[in-house]
Write a protein that binds this ligand. Structure first.
Ligand SMILES: CC(C)(CNC(=O)c1ccc(Oc2ccccc2)cc1)c1ccc2c(N)nc(N)nc2n1
Length: 338
C-alpha cells in the first residue's frame, strides 16, 4: 500500500499513519523482541484504524493489520502442492557423525580447504511455507509429506511475527519462505494455565501446542494463541537471483522484515560445527523456546548445488540432535529415588 497521494482526504492520511505505526510496533515486538508501545496504546491505535475502516470499507485491504483475525471457521483445510518439495534433514548424533558429514562434504566438493558452514538452531515447532506475491502474503501451507501440505493461510495471518507485506525495495515477484512456527516456553505455560482454568485438556509440550493451534479450523482461536515464526529456508524465488549463500539469504530476509533467529553463525570445518553445538548446548535451557538440535548447512549456494540431495534429504545439510530430554529426565528421577 503506497503513501496516499498529495491532497488525499485526512481519513486516508490518518489510516496510512495508523497502519504504518501498527506494523512497526508488531515488527518491534514480534520480530525484534523489543516492544515499543504498551499493549493498551497498541489497542487504542488498532481500534481507531478499525473505526476508520468501518467508515471507509475501501481501506480493508488484505495487508491491513486489522485483517489478521479471521472470519468464520473453515469446513476443512484444502491441500496445497509445494512447487519445490519441503525436504527433511539427515541426522547426526555424535562428534564422529559430524566429522563424517564434514568429510563427505569435502570429498563431494573435492576440496582440501575447510568448508564454511551456516550453523543455526533446529526449532521444536512446525515447518511452514509462506508464499508472498509482489511482497503480499497470499498463502501459507504446512509441510505435510513434503510434497503436499494443508492450506493454513487464515491461521498464519493471525501470527503477528509473520509480516502480511514484505518491506524494502528488494521485493521479488514470487517468494516461498520456509521456516518454523513455534510457541515460546512462557506462552506455552500461560496457555496451559488458561486450559486448566477453563477445565480443558493441557498440551504436552510447546510443539504440540503450536501444532494444535495451527490445526484450528476457527482462526479466532488461533489468534488467541501467541505463536512465533523463524525463517530458515527458501522454496520458489521469481523475479530476483538467489543470494549467493545461506547467510546472505537470512540477511536479506531480515531486510524484508521476516523474523530470523539471532542464534546463528558461519563457522569453518568440523571443529567450528562442534564448537557451535557445544555453545548452544550450554545456553539451551535459557533459550525462550525449545530446540531439538542445531542445523549445519554448507553456506555457499554454488557448493550446495554441487552437492545436491541424496534420496529426499540434502547432502549439503545435516541436523545435529541433542540426546532426547525425556530419557535424561527419567535417569535423574531414578537417582533421586535412590
Ligand atoms: C535445508 C532445508 C532442507 C531447507 N532448504 C533450503 O532452504 C534450500 C535452500 C536452497 C536450495 O537451493 C538449492 C537448489 C538446488 C540444489 C541445492 C540447493 C534448496 C533448499 C532445511 C530443512 C529443515 C530445517 C530445519 N528444521 N531447521 C533449520 N534451521 N533449517 C532447515 N533447513
Amino acid at each position: 500500500a503506497g503513501r496516499p497521494p498529495a491532497g488525499a482526504p485526512d481519513w486516508l492520511v490518518r489510516a496510512h499513519e495508523l497502519r504504518t505505526e501498527l506494523n512497526r510496533h508488531n515488527h518491534n515486538y514480534y520480530v525484534l523482541d523489543q516492544p515499543s508501545i504498551p499493549d493498551s496504546e497498541y489497542d487504542r491505535l488498532f481500534q481507531e484504524l478499525q473505526a476508520l475502516e468501518t467508515g471507509h470499507p475501501e481501506l480493508l485491504t488484505p495487508d491491513s493489520p486489522t485483517q489478521r483475525v479471521g472470519g468464520a471457521p473453515l469446513p476443512q483445510f484444502d491441500p496445497v502442492r509445494h512447487d519445490i518439495p519441503m525436504l527433511s534433514l539427515g541426522n547426526g548424533f555424535t562428534d564422529e557423525d559430524i566429522e563424517a558429514f564434514d568429510k563427505r562434504v569435502m570429498d563431494g566438493l573435492e576440496t582440501l580447504q575447510e568448508v564454511r558452514y551456516a550453523a543455526e538452531l533446529k526449532f521444536d515447532g512446525l515447518a511452514i511455507s509462506l508464499r508472498y506475491e509482489n511482497g503480499v502474503l497470499v498463502q501459507a501451507a504446512t509441510r505435510g509429506d513434503g510434497a503436499t501440505g494443508e492450506n493454513v493461510t487464515a491461521n498464519i495471518r493471525t501470527v503477528r511475527a509473520i509480516p502480511l507485506r514484505l518491506h524494502g525495495d528488494r521485493i521479488p515477484s514470487v517468494l516461498d519462505v520456509r521456516g518454523e512456527v513455534l510457541m515460546y516456553k512462557q506462552d506455552f505455560a500461560r496457555l496451559n494455565q488458561r486450559q486448566r482454568d477453563a477445565g480443558q485438556k493441557e498440551f504436552a509440550n510447546p510443539r504440540n501446542a503450536a501444532a494444535g493451534s495451527l490445526r484450528q479450523l476457527d482462526s479466532r482461536i488461533t489468534a488467541q494463541r501467541t505463536l512465533r515464526f523463524f525463517a530458515y529456508g527458501i522454496g520458489v524465488l521469481e523475479g530476483m537471483d538467489m543470494p549467493a549463500s545461506h547467510s546472505a539469504l537470512l540477511d536479506w530476509y531480515q531486510e524484508l522484515g521476516l523474523p530470523v533467529c539471532k542464534e546463528r553463525a558461519v563457522v569453518s570445518g568440523a571443529a567450528g560445527l562442534l564448537a557451535f553445538f557445544r555453545g548452544i548446548g550450554e545456553k539451551r535451557e535459557a533459550l525462550p523456546y525449545e530446540i531439538d538440535g542445531v542445523v549445519y548447512k554448507v553456506d555457499r549456494l554454488d557448493q550446495q548445488k554441487h552437492l545436491g540431495f541424496v534420496s529426499r534429504a540434502p547432502r549439503f545439510a545435516l541436523a545435529h540432535k541433542f540426546p532426547a530430554q525425556e530419557a535424561l529426565t527419567a535417569v535423574q528421577d531414578i537417582e533421586v529415588q535412590v
